[in-house]
Design a protein around this ligand. Structure first.
Ligand code: ADE
Length: 425
C-alpha cells in the first residue's frame, strides 16, 4: 500500500519508522512518503496561512500551496509505486484523499477496514482553523480524488498529524503480513461490536504489595476451553454494557443475527440494566397466560424480583424489541453453563397486543443466529400446558426431550443447529 502524508511538520510522522509499521516499511509492505507543505509555498516566508474572510479568530490554510502539494502527490502515481499499487495503470492511478478534522465522519474499525483495501491513500494534515474550502473542491473536481474528512473523535487536536499517526497504524496493521499473528486481529475490541475481554499473564498469583495477592480468575486456569470461551464472552458483554452501552445495538453485538423479517420494523437492541423494570413488567404480562395454561402461577417470570431481572442480564445475552420506545418483546440466550455446546434460549416474550404476527418466531430466529459457532444444539423450556408455545417451537424445528423438563411441569425442547448457521457463526 502506498501512503502519502502532507504536513507542515513532517518530523511529526517520525514514529511511523518504529515498531511494526516501521518494519512493514522496511519489508516493502508500506510505501510511506511524507511531504512538507512549505515546499509548495513560493513566497519568501514560505507562508501557508492567512486571515479568514468574514473575520474570526485564527488563521486559515491558503489554497495555493495545498493545491500544488496535492497535484504533486496525485500526479506521482507513475514513479516508484509498488507492484499492484496502481490499479488501472500509472496514468489513471489516484490516491483516496483523507483530510483529518474534528468535523469529519468518525474513524472506526469499519472505516479502517475499508481504507485497508485501498491501494493508495493520501493524508492532508490541516492546522490552524483548517484548510480553505476550495481545496476540497479542487481535489475532487480537478484532481479527481475521492475526498473524505475523517475525525478521530469528538475533541479538537491542534492539527491532523496525530490523527494520521492513529489512522495509519489502524489501517496498516490490517494489511496482510504486517501483524505476525493474524488471529490476534480477530479477537479485538470493535471487530465484532463488543469490547475485548480482560487478559492476564504469569504469575497466577501476584503480590502487588506485601501481604496482598491478586489472583488470575480460576476459570482461566481450568484448561476447560468451552468454559473459558463462555467466561470471556460474558466479560465482553459486561464490559461493553458498562463502558460502551452505545455499542450494544443488536446489529453490532450479534453480527450473526441480522434484524430481519417481522423484526425489521422494530428497534432491536441488546438489553442493559436500564431495561430491567420494563422487562419485569412485560414478563409479568406475558406469563400470566402461561400460569393459567399450566395451572400454576409459581413460575419465575411471575415471581422474580427486579434484582433477579438485573442479575439475569449479566448471565444472559438479552435482546429488547421496542416500538416507538415501548418495550414490546424480548428474548435471551446463553451458553449452557453445564454443557457449553448448548445454546440456551429463554424468556421469549411478545406483548399480548402484538402476538400472532410472527414476532415471536422472528425473535427466536434472532437469538438462534446469535449462538456461538461452536454450539451444536439450541435448547428451550416451556410449560407442558403451553400449547401455543409448543406449536411455535415445533414449527421452528424443536423437538421435545422425553421426560420432565428442567423445572417441574415443564418440557425441554432441543434443536440441532444447522450446518450453515454453524459456519456463519
Ligand atoms: N484535527 C483536529 N482535531 C481532530 C480530530 N478530532 N480528528 C482528526 N483530526 C483532527
Amino acid at each position: 500500500m502506498r501512503l502519502d502524508v502532507v504536513s507542515i511538520f513532517p518530523e511529526y510522522l517520525a514514529p511511523l519508522d518504529l515498531s511494526l509499521i516501521g518494519k512493514a516499511r522496511r519489508d516493502g509492505l508500506l510505501d510511506l512518503r511524507v511531504h512538507d507543505l512549505r515546499d509548495f509555498a513560493h513566497d519568501r516566508h514560505r507562508s501557508v496561512d492567512d486571515t479568514p474572510y468574514g473575520g474570526g479568530a485564527g488563521m486559515v490554510m491558503k489554497p495555493q500551496p495545498w493545491a500544488e502539494a496535492l497535484a504533486h502527490v496525485a500526479g506521482s502515481g507513475g514513479e516508484g509505486a509498488p507492484e499492484g499499487a496502481l490499479e488501472g495503470g500509472a496514468e489513471g492511478a489516484r490516491p483516496r484523499l483523507i483530510v483529518p478534522g474534528p468535523g469529519g465522519v468518525p474513524f472506526t474499525q469499519a472505516l479502517a477496514r475499508e481504507l485497508a483495501v485501498e491501494p493508495w491513500l493520501a493524508f492532508a494534515c490541516g492546522r490552524y482553523e483548517g484548510i480553505d474550502e476550495r481545496v476540497y473542491e479542487y481535489a475532487a473536481q480537478d484532481l479527481g480524488l475521492e475526498v473524505s474528512v475523517v475525525s478521530l473523535g469528538d475533541y479538537v487536536l491542534n492539527g491532523g498529524e496525530v490523527a494520521v499517526l492513529a489512522m495509519v497504524e489502524a489501517v496498516a496493521r490490517l494489511l496482510p503480513g504486517v501483524i505476525g499473528n493474524a488471529e490476534s486481529l480477530v479477537e479485538e475490541s470493535h471487530e465484532d461490536g463488543l469490547l475485548e475481554y480482560p487478559v492476564y499473564t504469569k504469575p497466577s498469583s501476584w503480590e502487588s504489595a506485601p501481604g496482598v495477592t491478586r489472583d488470575v480468575p480460576s476459570v482461566l486456569m481450568s484448561g476447560d476451553h468451552a468454559r473459558i470461551a463462555a467466561w470471556r464472552h460474558q466479560q465482553r458483554l459486561e464490559r461493553t454494557a458498562t463502558r460502551r452501552p452505545d455499542l450494544l445495538h443488536a446489529s453490532q453485538a450479534a453480527p450473526g443475527a441480522p434484524v430481519e423479517g417481522a423484526l425489521a420494523a422494530f428497534d432491536v437492541a441488546v438489553a442493559s440494566p436500564a431495561d430491567a423494570p420494563e422487562l419485569l413488567t412485560l414478563g409479568r404480562a406475558c406469563w400470566v397466560t402461561e400460569g393459567r395454561a399450566n395451572g400454576s402461577f409459581d413460575i419465575p417470570p411471575l415471581v422474580e424480583s427486579l434484582q433477579d431481572v438485573v442479575d439475569g442480564l449479566s448471565q444472559w445475552q438479552t435482546w429488547t424489541v421496542r416500538s416507538a420506545g415501548r418495550l414490546v418483546g424480548s428474548v435471551r440466550g446463553r451458553r449452557d453453563p453445564q454443557d457449553p455446546s448448548t445454546w440456551q434460549v429463554g424468556r421469549l416474550m411478545v406483548a399480548p397486543d402484538l402476538q400472532g404476527r410472527g414476532l415471536g418466531r422472528a425473535l427466536l430466529a434472532h437469538v438462534e443466529a446469535a449462538a456461538p459457532s461452536d454450539t451444536t444444539t439450541c435448547w428451550i423450556n416451556t410449560g407442558r400446558g403451553s400449547e401455543r408455545n409448543l406449536r411455535t417451537y415445533r414449527k421452528a424445528g424443536y423437538r421435545a426431550v422425553p421426560g420432565e423438563g428442567a423445572y417441574p411441569g415443564t418440557v425441554d425442547l432441543t434443536k440441532k443447529r444447522r450446518r450453515a448457521s454453524v459456519d456463519q457463526g
